[in-house]
Design a protein. Structure first.
Length: 412
């Protein structure tokens, strides 16, 4: 659809289910869609987000805003992501500034933000636009977190991330690179120098399945491969990617593009249950990746290096007290596949040593209350490290929530 057609197609609902039910950031979607002036539309978005050029490209729109669109009940939903992306791109092209709303009560306050992913960037921006003095700490030599060290270029152009970050830094944010929590940065020192600290370092340690052979050479974590970019040679090799989320899709597509002969995505549930975005699944199929649904890996075989894998077929059953169908292994359906590499993309967890001084929730993430406060005084946390839903928009929302909580306390 052309932009004019999208505006006409949007019903401009008064109840705004796309905003109120679908969007983690509660962006005022009908308003920015119907605003023909790009800068005014950008300003509408800036009330709730500073990542429109990014979220417009990579959010799982079908499961979020577009999944709640009234138009989608009988036809196709409004292409909300496309419009957000267009407005975000235009804000970069025309150098629109994120509007400031300086509060003189806050200009002497100082906040340290650790981690420059979606949560850290958003928290920094919403603090700085109010006049808070923000210093952003990042463990790598460039900003962006998972946006740079996790999402492939073919899905999110690095220049878009760089331009978005530049716009955020224009709010007056200071930057300290090559500063890593637990190594050359610690909470105690920062708490003494700043009025508040926000931790948004993500949780990118690959989860293990605890199956035999998982420690063999040739078994990798999907998160690690995407973050470091350090891959083995896949030329002419066969690779199994275990999992059904976007990390699995990104890993599989990246590996295929790096020359793998065959890439299998092995997922223990049905295709319609995959958490990955539909367009990412379809893109993976188009690129020649083969999907084995309702199959599960139970063993990695080899002497020192991966040589084969043992899988088992599953059936989906409804367990008492559960709404979602659960995969159950079908006894006797085991089979063996020749394999050169195995990539685990079944989830991630925090690096325990880095957050050992924080109180944890039952899943092992930093425990936070409704104000995003941790067990350490004046220290807040958000995004993956606090166990938020693992999407960019949800991480950004938690960063914004933390900024708003910090501002309220400063204003008291």
């Amino acid at each position: 659809m052309e932009e004019k057609e999208i505006r006409e197609y949007c019903l401009n609902c008064k109840v705004k289910p796309c905003s109120n039910n679908g969007c983690p950031l509660n962006n005022d979607i009908p308003s920015f869609i119907h605003e023909e002036d790009y800068e005014k539309a950008f300003n509408i978005l800036c009330n709730t987000t500073v990542l429109p050029a990014i979220c417009g490209k990579i959010c799982p729109h079908e499961k979020q805003c577009q999944g709640s669109c009234v138009r989608g009940i009988k036809s196709h939903p409004v292409p909300i992501g496309d419009m957000e992306s267009i407005i975000g791109d235009m804000s970069i092209k025309n150098n629109y500034k994120i509007p400031k709303e300086i509060d003189e009560k806050l200009v002497d306050k100082k906040v340290a933000v650790i981690g420059s992913g979606p949560a850290g960037l958003t928290c920094s921006a919403f603090l700085a636009r109010k006049g808070v003095q923000v210093t952003l700490y990042e463990k790598y030599n460039e900003l962006g977190g998972i946006l740079v060290h996790g999402i492939p270029e073919f899905r999110l152009p690095k220049q878009t991330v760089k331009d978005t970050i530049s716009k955020i830094l224009d709010l007056g944010i200071k930057v300290e690179l090559n500063k890593e929590l637990g190594k050359n940065l610690n909470i105690e020192d920062l708490s003494g120098k700043y009025d508040a600290v926000f931790v948004g370092i993500g949780a990118n340690i690959p989860s293990k399945m605890n199956i035999p052979g998982e420690d063999l050479e040739g078994v990798y974590g999907g998160n690690t491969l995407l973050e470091t970019g350090k891959h083995p040679s896949y030329e002419g090799k066969t690779v199994a990617v275990i999992g059904g989320g976007n990390v699995a899709m990104d890993s599989g597509r990246t590996i295929k593009r790096l020359g793998a002969k065959q890439v299998y995505v092995i997922y223990r549930r049905a295709e319609e249950q995959m958490p990955a975005e539909r367009k990412e699944i379809e893109s993976a199929k188009e690129e020649g990746i083969e999907f084995l649904f309702q199959n599960n890996i139970v063993k990695v075989l080899g002497n020192t290096h991966v040589e084969k894998i043992e899988c088992i077929r599953t059936q989906l059953v409804k367990k008492e007290g559960e709404d979602r169908l659960s995969p159950v292994n079908i006894e006797g359906s085991n089979y063996i596949m020749d394999m050169d590499y195995v990539v685990m993309a079944t989830g991630s967890k925090p690096e325990e040593k880095v957050i050992e001084n924080f109180e944890k929730n039952k899943w092992g993430y930093i425990a936070v209350n409704e104000k995003m406060q941790t067990s350490i005084k004046n220290v807040y946390a958000g995004g993956d490290i606090a166990g938020e839903k693992q999407t960019v928009a949800w991480a950004a929302r938690s960063g914004r929530n933390a900024a708003e909580s910090i501002i309220k306390i400063f204003a008291q």
